[in-house]
Design a protein around this ligand. Structure first.
Ligand code: SAM
Length: 245
């Protein structure tokens, strides 16, 4: 994979001695995981019956890693809403939320729904929003397939939503739109859309989204912020911005 020179220089600055290992990792096949809908089937029963090679994720009992490059979309477990394919790294934000079952959760940038699916089985109620109406429909389709009765789906800009549900949620998940640097291994075509300007544009938008997210969080609630990118502007600096606000 040939990285744009500006991007490679950034990553060298960020990773130092680990840069070569990062480039090696880009040449390896992407890893996929499965999150199990434990409303439908226990994780043990799923592991015994799924029929595709999986191993425990090591970070959550209901998350597994696919150990072969197989298509699982035709599996009855997929169609019956018992399983959702998700990258292992993408599972971590909701695990970090450490949901206990009685929370009201807002998944603010939710489509296609990986984090909504994880949160729905562990929370009292989830409002799953995506500003893109077409993507919100896909999200609604996934919620329906999984059979969750405690999820509502909507499609609004965060600064509209913040006036409707101010201070309402115990947990707000912001899985922000980002420059997608972490997707290059899975989708090398995404490299073509990368630029310094796109990083700066994403960072500005993330700050706006975070300010709205904070408005919708109750006093003492938890805000979970994640991206699938490496840039400091979109991660550490976005978090520092909100804390300093
Ligand atoms: N959380 C999703 C999951 O786990 O399946 C992935 C979310 S994806 C990284 C980011 C989402 O943010 C996209 O679906 C995009 O439509 C949405 N988005 C883009 N701009 C937005 C904005 N201004 N406010 C809220 N969401 C936005």
């Amino acid at each position: 994979m040939i990285l744009p020179a500006e991007y490679a220089a950034r990553m060298k600055r960020l990773l130092g001695a680990d840069y070569d290992r990062y480039v090696e990792a880009l040449a390896r096949p992407p890893v996929r995981g499965i999150t199990v809908n434990t409303d439908k089937i226990s994780a043990d029963e799923f592991a015994r019956n799924f029929g595709f090679p999986i191993k425990p994720s090591g970070f959550s009992d209901d998350c597994f890693i696919l150990t072969a490059d197989v298509k699982t979309g035709r599996s009855p477990f997929h169609h019956g809403g018992a399983a959702y394919v998700q990258e292992p790294g993408a599972m971590l934000p909701v695990i970090a939320a450490d949901l206990r079952g009685d929370e009201r959760v807002l998944d603010l940038c939710a489509a296609p729904g990986g984090k909504t699916v994880q949160a729905a089985k562990k929370a009292a109620f989830v409002l799953a929003n995506d500003v893109d109406y077409g993507r919100a429909r896909i999200l609604a389709g996934n919620v329906e397939r999984m059979g969750f009765g405690n999820v509502a789906v909507c499609s609004h800009y965060p600064d509209y939503l913040e006036n409707a549900v101010t201070g309402f949620f115990d947990v707000v998940i912001v899985d922000a739109p980002c420059s997608g640097e972490g997707m290059f291994r899975k989708e090398p075509a995404a490299l073509g859309g990368w630029s310094e300007q796109s990083v700066a544009g994403c960072a500005a938008r993330q700050k706006e989204i975070l300010v709205s997210a904070d408005q919708m969080l109750r006093e003492g609630g938890k805000l979970i912020y994640s991206t699938c990118t490496f840039s400091v502007e979109e991660n550490e600096e976005a978090a520092a911005f909100l804390v300093n606000e």
